[in-house]
Design a protein around this ligand. Structure first.
Ligand SMILES: Cc1cc2nc3c(=O)[nH]c(=O)nc-3n(C[C@H](O)[C@H](O)[C@H](O)COP(=O)(O)O)c2cc1C
Length: 182
């Protein structure tokens, strides 16, 4: 099973901490092949909506989205882990996601499971978590992908999530859910 993780945070903070907990859980499942993409490190030229990809199948810009979309096609499970920036996902992650457009017809033919981990400063009462969950679930419905879980956590300073032992235990446990989702 191939798990592709998207890390939407540009810093070493709560998302990295969440992923550390997930990796701890994944250590129990050596049959899961993991690859992580840090969106902030990817060289992505923003989609210009020229639609050339709809004719050729490729973006006219030769950026990292070509390799990333290939990895998406090959993956069985996509995990999106992102901080909340202005009630949405980070711009770094959104740049990557916009480029899915170039391959969306192919993606519709590749069944995938999807999970999300979203971390914001505001408490879980804030509508931002539902807004982001709905965004991902609409994308999944459109592409015919299966939604497996969406988890939200409230943390702000880079070390905040590190103090939340229950949250980290829950995230570690997501490894089993990913494994059993096959
Ligand atoms: C540009 C920017 C915008 C943000 N917008 C929000 C927001 O709309 N809602 C919120 O709860 N937190 C917001 N935050 C706080 C981050 O979501 C929070 O600090 C999170 O823990 C960062 O995750 P990280 O440590 O993995 O980078 C924002 C932070 C930045 C830098």
């Amino acid at each position: 099973m191939k798990l592709l993780i998207f890390n939407g945070s540009p810093r070493e903070g709560n998302t990295v901490e969440a992923l550390k907990a997930l990796y701890e859980g994944l250590a129990d499942y050596p049959d899961i092949e993991v690859q992580e993409i840090k969106a902030a490190d990817a060289h992505i030229i923003p989609c210009e909506g020229c639609d050339a990809c709809m004719r050729s199948g490729d973006c006219i810009f030769e950026d990292d989205s070509i390799e990333i979309n290939k990895l998406v096609k090959e993956a069985d499970f996509l995990l999106f882990a992102t901080p909340v920036y202005w009630w949405g996902v980070t711009a770094q992650l959104k740049l990557v996601m916009d480029k899915f457009y170039a391959c969306h017809e192919e993606f519709m033919k590749c069944p995938k499971k999807v999970g999300t981990i979203v971390i914001g400063e505001a408490g879980l009462y804030d509508p931002q978590y539902e807004i982001i969950e709905k965004q991902f679930w609409c994308i999944c419905d459109y592409l015919g992908w299966d939604k497996v879980f969406s988890k939200s956590y409230s943390a702000n300073k880079p070390t905040d999530l590190h103090e939340q032992t229950e949250s980290l235990a829950e995230i570690k446990g997501l490894a089993e859910i990913i494994h059993e989702s096959r």
